[in-house]
Design a protein around this ligand. Structure first.
Ligand code: PGA
Length: 258
């Protein structure tokens, strides 16, 4: 059975006091994270250093929300994945749809960033997903295939470690997740496409769902066979919700299928 992952994407939220309160709230509700489910939180860049301290010996791993496609150099305003690694990050979200939309990031850049992250020793959480218009036009799998192929132009399945996150843009920030059937269909499509390159790699690959995840819908979504956890935005800012989502994953990994 693949390990499940619960990843909190804090986006551009938080400050020193609220970050501390949020981690204390999570820890109060979850003294010890389970072995079977990984928990990762991804604060905004300025707070990575603070979170590394707050997460010390908690069993909760640290991630970032973005990184440069370069390891160092004259790139004003950019952050090297090597710097993130030095500050305690183990994971980094790459190609989130908000970056594609607001910062005009494209598939090629996502591929290069994924490779730079891997070269720095981080695990990229590579986001793919279609817009509402693309889904309505029946182009979802064409878009997913294009995004995936761009990333896999750089990834070496023989030894690279990655996580994929399927996040349909139309579900993000709405509080309403895609249906379990849609999620399972697209996750299975992603896994099959990767299996054409490397079947063993695809079989072991964690594919997370993101978009409107909350404690109330987590168990049904996580019980789909190709869903290996979630990438959580709004609900990750609420300790009770975030731990509720985590506990749904733990219950399933203990064999309690919904
Ligand atoms: P949401 O965001 O959980 O608020 O829908 C998910 C994401 O953007 O990663």
């Amino acid at each position: 059975m693949r390990k499940k992952w619960i990843v909190g994407n804090w986006k551009m939220h938080g400050n020193l006091a609220s970050n501390r309160a949020l981690i204390e709230g999570i820890r109060a509700r979850l003294p010890e994270p389970a072995e079977s489910v990984g928990m990762v939180v991804c604060p905004a860049f300025p707070y990575v250093f603070q979170l590394d301290e707050l997460l010390n010996e908690t069993g909760i791993a640290l991630g970032a929300q973005n990184a440069s496609d370069h390891l160092q150099g004259a790139y004003t305003g950019e952050t090297s994945p090597l710097m993130l690694k030095e500050l305690g990050c183990k994971y980094v979200i790459i190609g989130h749809s908000e970056r594609r939309y607001h910062q005009h990031e494209n598939d090629g850049l996502m591929g290069r960033k994924s490779l730079a992250a891997i070269d720095a020793g981080l695990v990229p959480i590579i986001c793919v997903g279609e817009t509402a218009e693309e889904r309505d036009a029946g182009r979802t799998q064409e878009v997913l295939a294009r995004q995936l192929d761009a990333a896999f132009g750089y990834i070496r399945t023989a030894h690279d470690k990655i996580i994929i996150a399927y996040e349909p843009r139309w579900a993000i920030g709405t509080g309403i997740a895609a249906t379990p059937e849609i999620v399972q269909t697209e996750h299975a499509f992603l896994r099959q496409r990767i299996a054409q390159r490397d079947a063993a790699f695809a079989a072991d690959l964690p594919i997370l769902y993101g978009g409107g995840l909350k404690a109330a819908n987590a168990k049904t979504l996580f019980s789909m066979p190709d869903v290996d956890g979630g990438l959580i935005g709004s609900a990750a800012l609420n300790a009770e919700e975030f731990v509720g989502i985590y506990k749904a994953a733990v219950a399933l990994s203990a064999g309690d299928k919904a």
